[in-house]
Design a protein around this ligand. Structure first.
Ligand code: SME
Length: 156
């Protein structure tokens, strides 16, 4: 998988795009086209819940209908956001608190996305294969997220 090319493609499609919503929508479509052996890819964004506490809400994605709200610290996504750390999970069934949106998912990677120095959302990718995401995939996806963050910084 050529993650440098993927990052360049993201750069190209974000050029001149002033809004974050279409940027994330096309980023999800780009990842869905480029990555083999995945069944869900998309974004969860940080928002305040009715009590003003942070939670994750579903953003642009490709895949089956998914959970819409995830509590801070819950599941793989909530853990990645709360810990501000990439979660690369070889077997989601062994991850305490994993939230099963699509029963086909067996492994998952979640990467925090920052804006203005804080966690703004996460990129979540699921696979039907166990241990689909290698350390090299993690490096490549971290590059993708860095390019995405740079593009997001220029959007409203
Ligand atoms: N499995 C995730 C929930 C989101 S779905 O995979 C789309 C989790 O445990 O956070």
């Amino acid at each position: 998988m050529d993650y440098r090319l993927l990052a360049q493609q993201l750069e190209a499609l974000s050029e001149g795009e002033p809004s974050w919503l279409p940027l994330l929508s096309n980023a999800a479509a780009l990842l869905d086209e480029a990555l083999a052996d995945i069944n869900w890819v998309g974004f969860y964004l940080v928002q305040a819940d009715e009590k003003g506490a942070p939670e994750l809400v579903l953003g642009p994605f490709q895949g089956k209908i998914a959970c819409t709200h995830i509590a801070w610290g819950s599941g793989v996504c909530g853990t990645a956001a709360a810990a501000d750390a990439v979660q690369r999970v070889e077997d989601v069934h062994a991850f305490a608190g994993h939230i099963a949106c699509d029963s086909a998912s067996n492994s998952e990677i979640v990467l925090p996305i920052h804006r203005s120095g804080t966690v703004w959302g996460v990129l979540d990718i699921d696979s039907p294969s166990f241990a689909r995401f290698s350390p090299e995939d993690q490096d490549g996806l971290e590059l993708f997220v860095r390019v995405l963050e740079a593009a997001l910084a220029a959007t409203r």
